[in-house]
Design a protein around this ligand. Structure first.
Ligand SMILES: Cc1ncc(COP(=O)(O)O)c(C=O)c1O
Length: 446
């Protein structure tokens, strides 16, 4: 073990003791390759032993700047004190009963809290699950049960998970779908709003999508429309203003359940508790996960009481759904977002990232688009003087960052987007240092 204190009291610094991966990390990766299925890939071959604030420390003693939050999970930081305390107290009381056998308060308290903080002030109900994909699957189940219809509309560039139904709902073939079919039927894909590439207003883009829905699916067959308010894995694609309200209006007028997948955007990430709030959109159902419980596995479907209550008793659940430990973590996590005003912190982070790349873009036209909101920001890289996606450059930037002890995630249908999802507990100094490494990477790959 290296000499570090776990959690948020870690020294907040970028420190390279060895090259990355160092010898101890290499040892772990060799063991991983011998023991773990090859399909479980890793973005950065390190062996993490502690994390907190804005850093992760590896077994060789390197301290890496975290610009990914384990893919938008540790919004409150890793091992946030309130989460550690709540989880410890819960573990000492009981670890599991199965809520659908013998219930406990934590589950109900999380449902009450979700009903309070999610968009809209109508009467709501919640159901808890383990992963984002599981929440999405259940939202579709509920919408089908309520409407007595089957079809589901998803969008270009969508990502909803890796289970069979959610794989079929996800757009990108490699790595998510290739060779894993057949996929579930009655999933239809239509155009999204991608202002950088389609040049359409939100209302124009919605008209294209709605025409596709009407001509290819038919409202009479359609149970649900599901969309990420800002598309995550697809490239942090922020639809043009007016796109989501127009879809919602059409769905409501046609007895179609309008579902927002806020698995990645939810819980202060975008500078608001939910991205839907920023456009005044109130979904019928919302799926949440990731940032909900400070790193413990928990997800939820929350929505209109009449829709949520339409499924019969026993129709929703699972052995571990709404684990008491994850529920304790969620209550402490949501309380931390509220008490520490982390929506405001997300907006500050967004302003720093936007300003940094806007300045850089003036002298480097390979920065095609800077977009996102709050601490969910992205840069789309293109070939100089064009809008042709620059995937090789994007990979080179991520590799350079990894060598310099910065955890940087890429995404996008065309593999040309760097996404910034720092924990909201990162300091301005560390964030700026991480951004500078990206700028250095661009220079090094001129
Ligand atoms: C928008 C969205 N939906 C669903 C999922 C699937 O969540 P999980 O990986 O927890 O199953 C993700 C994960 O990245 C996501 O970003």
């Amino acid at each position: 073990m290296v000499d570090v204190i776990g959690g948020p009291s870690l020294p907040q610094e970028r420190k390279l003791v060895t090259s990355i991966p160092g010898p101890k990390s290499q040892e772990l990766i060799a063991r991983k390759n011998a023991a773990v299925a090859a399909g479980v890939g890793v973005a950065l071959p390190v062996s993490i032993v502690a994390a907190g604030g804005g850093v992760m420390v590896d077994a060789d003693g390197n301290s890496l700047i975290d610009l990914g939050s384990g893919i938008a999970v540790t919004g409150v930081g890793n091992s946030a004190p309130a989460v550690v305390e709540a989880v410890t107290a819960q573990v000492q009381q009981f670890t599991h009963t199965c809520f659908t056998v013998t219930p406990y308060e934590g589950y109900v308290a999380v449902a009450e809290k979700l009903n309070e903080v999610t968009p809209g002030d109508h009467e709501k109900r919640s159901a808890l699950f383990n992963s984002g994909a599981e929440a999405v699957e259940n939202a579709i189940k509920i919408a089908r049960h309520f409407t007595k219809k089957n079809a589901v509309v998803v969008f270009d560039h969508a990502y909803h998970g890796r289970t069979n139904l959610t794989m079929g709902m996800t757009a990108k073939n490699i790595p998510y779908k290739d060779g894993f079919g057949p996929f579930a039927p009655e999933v239809y894909r239509v155009a999204t709003s991608y202002p950088y590439r389609d040049g359409l207003s939100g209302v124009e883009a919605a008209a294209v999508s709605i025409t596709q829905i009407e001509k290819q699916v038919g409202a009479g067959n359609l149970a649900a429309i599901i969309i990420e308010p800002i598309q995550g894995e697809g490239g942090f694609i922020e639809p043009a203003a007016g796109f989501l309200p127009a879809l919602q209006e059409w769905a409501t007028a046609n007895n179609v359940v309008f579902i927002l997948d806020e698995v990645q955007t939810g819980f202060a990430r975008t500078g608001d508790m939910f991205a839907a709030n920023q456009e005044g959109v109130v979904p019928d159902l919302v799926t949440t996960a990731k940032g909900i419980a400070g790193g413990l596995p928990l997800s939820a479907v929350t929505g209109r009481a009449e829709i949520m209550d339409s499924a019969h008793a026993g129709g929703l659940g699972g052995t571990y759904t709404g684990s008491p430990i994850a529920c304790a973590a969620a209550l402490a996590t949501i309380d931390t977002y509220e008490k520490e005003n982390l929506t405001e912190r997300a907006r500050e982070i967004g302003a720093i990232i936007t300003e940094f790349f806007t300045e850089l873009q003036k002298t480097d036209d390979r920065i095609g688009d800077i977009r996102g909101r709050g601490a969910m920001m992205a840069v789309e890289f293109v070939e100089s003087g064009t809008t042709t996606p620059a995937a090789a450059l994007t990979s080179a930037i991520a590799k350079h960052a990894a060598n310099e002890a910065v955890i940087l995630l890429t995404c996008g249908t065309y593999g040309n987007v760097v996404r910034f999802l720092p924990p909201l507990s990162i300091s301005d100094e560390l964030l700026r240092e991480g951004l500078q490494i990206v700028a250095d990477a661009l220079k090094a790959n001129a």
